[in-house]
Design a protein around this ligand. Sequence first.
Ligand code: FAD
Length: 404
Amino acid sequence: EQTCIIIGASHAAAQLAPSLRQQGWEGRIIVIGDEPYAPYHRPPLSKAFLSGEKDVDGLLIRPAAIYEKNNIEFKLGARVEHIDRAHKTVTLQSGEVLNYDKLALCTGSRVRKVTLPGTDLSGVHYLRDIGDVEGIKQHVAEGKKAVIVGGGYIGLETASVLNKLGMDVTVLEMAPRVLARVTAPELSEFYTRVHTDEGVTIKTGIAVSGLEGNGHVEKVLCADGSHFDADLVVIGVGIIPNVELAEAAGLEVDNGIIVDEFARTSDPDIVAAGDVSNHPNKYYNRRLRLESVPNATDQAKSAAASICGKDVEYNSLPWFWSDQYDLKLQIAGLSQGYDQVVIRGDRNSRSFAAFYLQEGKLISADCVNRPQEFMISKRLIAEQIPVDAEKLADESIAPKELLT
Ligand code: FAD
């Protein structure tokens, strides 16, 4: 009997394993994950799980019955330490050696750690997994002070939840604006205003130089000499793909594991999917390493097909979302390289869309509480339908008429 091993009990794995059965894989499927949980939704960690609206059971991507029905085996709390491609084995931390015929690398990413004095104080946390949030929750208390280091989506989502939970929240961002890496100044301004109106303090262009306290964190120190009192510090300054296993095994790695449009690595028996993969994208004519659930899920379908000897191309338009307060942001495509921004609706309200054009073509859209514009934008971008900036901005034209 053949064996497919999936490393990482991740978003990608939760799709890949059942997809293997759908594609006709009859052999064993073993998912090995170093966390103690079956695959769970990570986005709610900085949203409904932090706020307490969801518990651990509510995070699970699939009920246990689905895995049982598909005869998918799990080894949880188990870390793969080594891949031997010549002998087709993986070695676990426990010393156990498992044989594979096909291997899927779904190792995702981990938080980027900062090297500052005081990060080992109690009350200082990163945010990537269930354990992190459980740690953060112990320090959530009304009237206490939280400092968020990093004004990306995760930092801002965390700020909005901690604010709702009654904490006094400050966000410290090194760049001149929040969300600088992912979006246009218009959106950064919008979110800065919303957070400020809600009572969150946002400081930009400020570098944290250390944390101070006596066992527990008390102060965040900054390079300009300023400091902020803190009972809780959450650091969210980006992630690093978990490529080390692949690299040590001699697979091609360059900002992620290099795969083709079928999620195949440079080894014909090994695929990779999710945050860890660097893959070609036809819409943008370049290689991408994306950090999103739709990317992990869709790419896993191609990976499953490849393992079964079929060609199912992965070529989805990237999309993302972020929830803060009552605002649902949905992002279609990638805005990098835009030369024109068109706003539809009022940026001072809580519902508008920002369209990003490059040489007259729509390449991306940020839609705040605008689900219709989001759906339409996905099609306008994917099908490269010509757009007219004036019409995009004109609210008297219904969103679906923009398609014609
Ligand atoms: P991951 O989810 O990273 O899982 C990889 C797993 O593999 C981990 O459990 C890891 O511990 C394990 N692993 C790694 N190495 C080994 C090994 N050697 N042996 C065994 N196990 C191993 N995306 C969105 O689209 N929308 C959002 O709103 C959003 N919000 C987010 C909020 C937060 C707080 C976080 C942390 C992420 C958010 N994301 C969001 C990003 C999204 O969660 C990731 O893109 C997604 O989890 C990637 O899935 P993955 O399958 O690549 O791997």
